[in-house]
Design a binder for this molecule. Sequence first.
Ligand code: AMP
Length: 190
Amino acid sequence: MVGKNIILFGPPGAGKGTQAKRLVELLSLPHVSTGDMFRYHIKNNTELGKTAKSFSDKGKLVPDEVTIAMVKDRLGQADMKSGFLLDGFPRSVPQAKALDEILRDLRTKLDHVINIAVADDDVRTRLLKRATIEGRADDADPKVIQNRIDTYKNQSEPCINYYRPKGIVRDIDGVGTIDEVFARIQKVFE
Ligand code: AMP
């Protein structure tokens, strides 16, 4: 029986969002995207949204305590019981540790960390391309893009080393078309 508590991990611009949409359809799982949750709050100009915007506009992470509280609330909801796909969380080792605690309290655990690997230069090219296509504020400015890359390297990437000893990391080559990358991800669940 294939476990269904899944993290989709990878640098900004790796195509996590696109792959997540396909994977939740394939596995019939709820999609928990912290980026989407923050964008919803920003659009609706909530207090949480105002806080999130002040960090995301600069390419920085929203502080852990804010992000963890939001995820804890979501994972406690009834539709999470048969599994979930986390997209964009955790993005720091403290978040990864907090997630372990949240799941322990819910009497469940992680099954897979899908790690989409893309080289640094490709990340930059992809983010610049996305900036012109989607017009996302956090993708538009080269300084912000560099911040996002640095933040990934310094704060997010260490999460993978936190998970490796647990034997749940599935490395996926993120270079190729959307279909090619998805086919590699799909193999994990065959
Ligand atoms: P994303 O769409 O996943 O790239 O997220 C957009 C922005 O939301 C990020 O650049 C961060 O500012 C913020 N964000 C999303 N997920 C997290 C997280 N797990 N921790 C902190 N900030 C986050």
